[in-house]
Each structure stands twice: as structure tokens, then as C-alpha cells.
Design a protein around this ligand. Sequence first.
Ligand code: NMX
Ligand code: MLT
Length: 435
Amino acid sequence: MGILKERFKAKADADNATIKELLKNHGTKKIGEVTLSQIYQGMRGITGLVSETSLLDAQDGIRFRGYSIPELQAKLPKAPNGTEPLPEGIFYLMLVGELPTEEDVQYITSVLQRRSHVPNHVFSVIDALPLSTHPMTMFVTGVMALQTESNFAKAYAKGISKKDYWEPIMDDAMDLIARLPRIAAYIYRRKYKNNEHIEPNGLLDWAGNLAYMMGYEQPGFMALMRLYMTIHADHEGGNVSAHATHLVGSALSDPYLSYAAGMNGLAGPLHGLANQEVIKWIFEMRKELGTDLPTKEQIGEYVKKTLSEGKVVPGYGHAVLRRTDPRFEAQMEFGKKHMPDDPLVQTVWNIYEVVPPILKSLGKIKNPWPNVDAHSGALLVHYGLVEYEFYTVLFAVSRALGVLANLCWDRALGFPLERPKSVTTRAVKLWLEGK
Ligand code: NMX
Ligand code: MLT
């Protein structure tokens, strides 16, 4: 057993004891009330899940095991001469519950390097799809093809005991995380770079290697990938991709099946696909207005037009947050440092000034502020990554860290099959009539 497994097991044993005690003493305490509106309105505000890796506060934003994004930027180990945290560190933090040392992060990097081989049949399956296929469809198809490698599925078929589930789940999680950059880069090079592929660089960290295999070797882009992979990793348990992964995992579907389910959710425009929608929307605006740097007045008119056509303003609003997303702020800081004069980045900042008052004035939108997706694309375009349909794949690679760390926890804590109760409107009416 490696150090990661040892430390995870020790933490899981301690947490299991805590939870047992907690439920023994407080198991019947009410944690909230559910109104009729809530069950018709996306279960917003209902506390119904446990996710140990991160916690989202409407005002404070996301905290990973108690640490905010600026704190993690300061405290997590960085690549040699690097400025941004290595995402291996946030993965360790989510799994073990403590900040990693430089050595811990190097250990994770080396494990991921060792496990990164992708079998050929995965590339054959991706190659069988037409080039016009959306990159997220190629990505999830590649992950499904990789399911042949699941340790958990094999162990379950052999009759593994419940108490040992967590171990092959963690092996699958590490294998899958290790292999995703190769699959993502393969899709990128196949679809956009003439099918000319770049072999992995065994000396690079996980995010640096992704950038390298995609063909982006600039230090700025590598730094961006490390930041990007860190800040997109997790957003507590109720978002669509985390919740879907957790739900499917609760049927003891292995991590490949569960993660693929989650990423099918990430591919929706109200969730992770919003990052492509933002850049598509800005490119369309620039084309329609015939300028690369629209004025704030022009942006305002374009926003009103978008709303009048019954469409959402992509990158704005959130189901939980009621402030500017700290992940947007982290990217804005990166932009100020690396590319303050880039017209697209400046447009994102101008949109940030124009959109919130317009959305507020509508009266119905609970959060008029930008989310993570409002900024990410502009930074990628700056380094030449203009193929916006690919952006959600990058989000998906990062989100693997959070949802797969969660699956390890789900099995280590022995969480059962998830199966909430549903009702029909007829049943609701009868209930209201007292029948
Ligand atoms: N533009 C226009 N209308 C909006 C927006 C927006 N950006 N955000 C919310 N609304 C509307 C929403 O469609 C709803 O309208 P209606 O009552 O007619 O159905 C109304 O405002 C109330 O919605 P909220 O309660 O404020 O938001 P909700 O929690 O339902 O949805 C989002 C949250 C994120 C789905 C929503 O804000 C949205 O569609 N935003 C644009 C898409 C986006 O940026 N998604 C990315 C989220 C982050 N991520 O990566 O996952
Ligand atoms: C996320 O990162 O998952 C999004 O912000 C959506 C959410 O938290 O609901």
C-alpha cells in the first residue's frame, strides 16, 4: 500500500468513527424543511448530500477542506519556477484532508506518470467517431472505452468484501486521472491539429504534460493549465457533474462508468459547456458589431438583445453563489498579470461591469454575478487555444480530481445506494386535500 492509500485509510477510519458517533447522538435531528416549491424547482437549497472534499458558501465561495482559492494559491506546492499551484496538491488535500508537502505532491505526480498508459483500443474507439463529433462526446466515449481497465469491476466480479471496496476504487481513480490528459490531448490533436499527436513527456507534472501533449509549451500556458486544473476541480457535491458521478457510483458502478455519467452532465450548456458558450457569444457579438473591442454601451445593447431572444447570458448566474465567483476573480488576477492589454480579456472585464446591473434590473435572477466560465475561455484564446468546443474537455479533466476523490470517500464511508422519493402532481393534490 502506498503512502496515499495509507493516509487515506487512516483518515477514513477516523472519519467513520466520527460519523458513527455523530449519528448515534444526533441522527434524529432535523437539518431543514422541504417546501413544495423546492421539489418542483430543482431541489434548490435542500441539504441532502454529504461531500467531504469541498464546501460552497453563497457569500464566501468555495473552500477545499477549509481553504479558499487564494489560500491554496499561496500554500499549495508549485512546479519548479512555477507561480501557480500544482493540481496534484488539491487532489491530495481532498483525499487526505491535509495540505501536502512538496514531497507528497511529487509522489502523486510520479504515480500519475507511471499509470498514464492508455491502451490502443481507446484511440481506435475515438477514431471511429466522425471528426465533426463534439469533443465532449469523443471524451466520454474514450472514458467508456477505458472501462475495460476497471480494477473495481474485476474485484467485484470476484466477490470483494464491502469493507475493501475503497481500495480498487482508489486504484481506478488514480488510473483514470493519470490517463485523462492523454485522452484529452489526443482528441484535441485529432480534431484540430491534423491528427498529428505528441507523445507524453515523462518528466512533466500532470497539468504541464496536458499542455505539452496539446502542443502548448509556453510557460504562461503551462501556468494557466495548473491554475485551471486546480480551480475547476470541485464545487461541493450538489452540482450536476459531482452529483451525477456520486449517484451512479452509489449503484456500485465503477469509477469509469460513474465519471462518464458525471461528464455527460458537465457537457450541458447550463453547466460546464457554458465555458464554450461564453466565447461563442463574445465572438458572435464581435462579428455582429464589427469590432474586437466593443464599447460598454454596445455590450449593454447586445446583452439586452440576447435576453429579448429568450436566451441566457452565458457565464452569469449560479444556483448557490450570490457573489462574483472566486474562480472568476483568480482568473482575472491571472489576466492582469499575464495579458492586461489583450482585447478579448478586456472585453470579459467590460462585460463584468455591464452585465450585473442589467441582470439585477430584471428582478428574477438570484445571482447577477459572473461564474467560473465567464473568464476561462478568454485566457485560453490568448495562448492560441481558439477551438472553443474543446473547452469543456479541460473542465472535465480537472473535475475528475474532485468527483473521483469523492467516489473514494463514498465507498470508504460505506454510503448506500442513493434513492430519494419522488411524487406525482396527482399525489401532491391528494396530499393537499388531506387524502
Ligand atoms: N441569463 C439570463 N437569465 C438567467 C441567467 C442568465 N445568466 N441566470 C438565471 N437566469 C434566469 C433563469 O433562467 C430563471 O428564469 P425563469 O424563471 O424564466 O426560468 C431565473 O433567472 C431564475 O434563475 P436563478 O434561480 O437565478 O438561477 P438557477 O439556479 O435556476 O440557475 C444557472 C443557475 C447557472 C443555470 C443560471 O444562472 C444560468 O442559466 N446561467 C447561464 C449559464 C451558465 O453560465 N452556466 C454555468 C454555471 C457554472 N458552471 O460551470 O456550471
Ligand atoms: C460547478 O463548478 O460545478 C458550477 O459552478 C456549478 C455548481 O456549482 O452548481
